[in-house]
Ligand binder design. Sequence first.
Ligand code: MG
Length: 311
Amino acid sequence: MAITSGGHTGYGEASLPPYLSENTESVLRFISTVDRKYLKVIANLDEQLAYIESVLPGNNAAKAALDLALHDLRGKTLGQNISEMYRIPQGKPIYSTYTIGISDEAALRQKLKAAEDFTLIKLKLGSPDDRALVETFLQYSDKPFCVDVNQGWTDRGYALEMVRFLEEKNCLFIEQPFSAKNKENNAWLRARTKLDILADEAVQRFTDLTEVAETYSGVNIKLMKSTGIHEALRMIKKSRELNLKIVVGCMAETSCAVTAAAHLASLADWADLDAPLLTTNDPFLGLEFNQGEVKIPQFSGIGIKLSSHFT
Ligand code: MG
């Protein structure tokens, strides 16, 4: 989406993974409900975002689209990028994970080739063949890796066996091992390993964090869950207070939201921002990867330009 005001245009997007129950209609409905007088640069961005929050509960991705567009617009108006607007220190290199879905050996080798430049691999797990998949990966790669189980484990015995194996193989962290609803199993596993157990599906917004910290040792913060940049920054601060490790991640998003997220990544322990590589119809030019290192263009606002195919 785009908001034009004062000669500048700010861009935002909503990405809609099925498990979060929003769809194109609900996003358009939400945006049409918003009072137009808030969709421009006004003196107080906090007030603007508080109003958007008050319109209706839920609608996290729709709110994120507006939060992103208003940040992009404000940054362009001020001639500042997101890092400058929030005084986020930049300069420390940020390396994104490259995600490899559940694959057979041939597909895995092919994906590792595509991941050649990346220094950190994220393996998707959650099938009965998890151990074999990790073993195949280790046969072809000595890169550091982490795993995302996507709530795929259901049996404590299987999970603990996998965790022991992953400890031995120096896995960096395990994301969402059991169902987000199953606090007991996730907490049980966390109590039995030194590896960080991260919440993804189990954490959406700021108000989730205190409870999540009882079960997990880290969180995956994504703009589409947090309703955008403003609350994601509050979540990062609160997560540090709660001693939680932090991944700044993304959904299936274009360079628009992922470049915005990249501005926050220097505040996190890990970045998982490879979605634009999997987007074949990205309307924007934004972050780039150089040997797996995230490079944010020096444009004001989010740091994106509309690709020439779309202008
Ligand atoms: Mg995940």
